[in-house]
Design a protein around this ligand. Structure first.
Ligand code: ATP
Ligand code: MG
Length: 335
């Protein structure tokens, strides 16, 4: 039997979850929770790094994200789901890790660089936002996670975490921190409806689990396709065409999808026909999730109680690591 691993992933409660989350991380979590010890974190403290002026939005989305988790099949009996800001070991570990990373290194994290640009921060980037990869290293190591299933925008975060782990263990002559391994899926980044590289809550180009059938239909009809495919008889491009990427991600009839791709590339297949098929595929996938979500949303108190229980478990697990961290640094003054 393979060794049980420890998994840590999470999402920022900056909005509801969408198909990109499913492809990049949620589907792996649903599967892995049966094999390993899994922690899933609602990263409210991280969300505040770029939403300091809108805590209400973060607060409200905690419930929304939790509903999405349960609706897609994350099972709180198998997975510990918790709220980041309630785990005091995390900011404390972040504080120690901050001293192990140079400002220059932070400035070169490609995902953070891109996000700074997208958010138009320029030089006025909040310090908390700039250092969020370090707090992510604390999240991962506090749970001794050795497997992190995430989308490929997270690769630089895991690299930075590994650097911190190595430096910490070297300086303090310990093996208390564990090096994580990233697990990306076959489609590690789902493009947006608008053809941009990433479907994202903040970019307004997403299909959400909570979307009703009508809005999914509208969104699919308005999707970006190959801009060079003007007339039905023209040959079209499949690469970089999100309609086909979504079919690859969510379609089950692979033979039919390959035929559609061939036909599209030859010419003679209209965008509206492919979109019609995609809509069927997506509705079939989303319908049961949407229904489950609706049912669960009737009892928000129960969801919050589940999060409370999970958070208690997470606090205890992270405290244990923090204790070892302080000990290896020699700052456990009273034992
Ligand atoms: P925000 O815009 O607030 O950053 P987001 O949509 O990027 O939101 P996050 O909460 O930052 O979502 O990401 C949570 C997880 O989902 C991460 O593992 C991330 O890699 C993954 N993820 C998010 N969007 C996509 C996507 N389009 N394709 C694949 N994975 C994704
Ligand atoms: Mg993000």
């Amino acid at each position: 039997m393979t060794q049980k691993k420890i998994i840590l992933t999470g999402d920022r409660p900056t909005g509801q979850l969408h198909l990109g989350h499913y492809v990049g991380s949620l589907s792996a979590r649903v599967h892995l929770q049966n094999l390993h010890r899994q922690f899933v974190m609602i990263a409210d403290a991280q969300a505040l790094t770029d939403h300091a002026d809108d805590p209400q939005k973060v607060r409200e989305n905690i419930l929304q994200v939790a509903l999405d988790y349960l609706a897609v099949g994350i099972d709180p009996h198998k997975t510990t789901i918790f709220i980041q800001s309630l785990v005091p070991a995390l900011p404390e570990m972040t504080q120690y890790f901050l001293n192990l990373v140079t400002w220059n290194r932070l400035k070169h994290n490609p995902t953070v660089k891109l996000e700074i640009q997208q958010k138009g921060y320029g030089e006025e980037v909040p310090a908390g936002f700039m250092v969020y990869p370090i707090s992510q290293a604390a999240d991962i190591t506090a749970f001794k996670a050795n497997l992190v299933p995430v989308g490929d925008d997270q690769i630089p975060m895991i690299e930075q975490t590994i650097e911190i782990v190595r430096k910490f263990n070297r300086i303090y002559k310990t093996d208390v921190l564990v090096e994580p391994e990233i697990l990306t899926s076959a489609i590690a980044r789902l493009p947006g409806l608008d053809g941009r590289a990433k479907m994202s809550k903040s970019l307004g180009n997403a299909i959400f689990f909570a979307d009703d059938a009508d809005s999914v239909s509208k969104k699919v009809k308005g999707m970006y396709t190959d801009p060079g495919h003007l007339r039905v008889e023209d040959p079209g491009k499949v690469e970089g065409n999100p309609v086909f990427t979504y079919l690859d991600a969510f379609g089950t009839d692979k033979t039919n999808i390959e035929e559609l791709k061939d036909h599209y590339q030859r010419g003679g297949l209209g965008d509206s026909s492919v979109k019609k098929y995609l809509l069927e595929v997506l509705q079939a996938f989303l319908e049961p999730i949407r229904e489950r979500r609706k049912e669960l949303a009737k009892d928000p108190k129960q969801i919050m109680e589940m999060l409370h229980r999970g958070t208690e478990v997470a606090i205890a697990a992270a405290d244990k690591t923090l204790h070892d961290v302080r000990k290896s640094m020699g700052i456990n003054y009273f034992g």
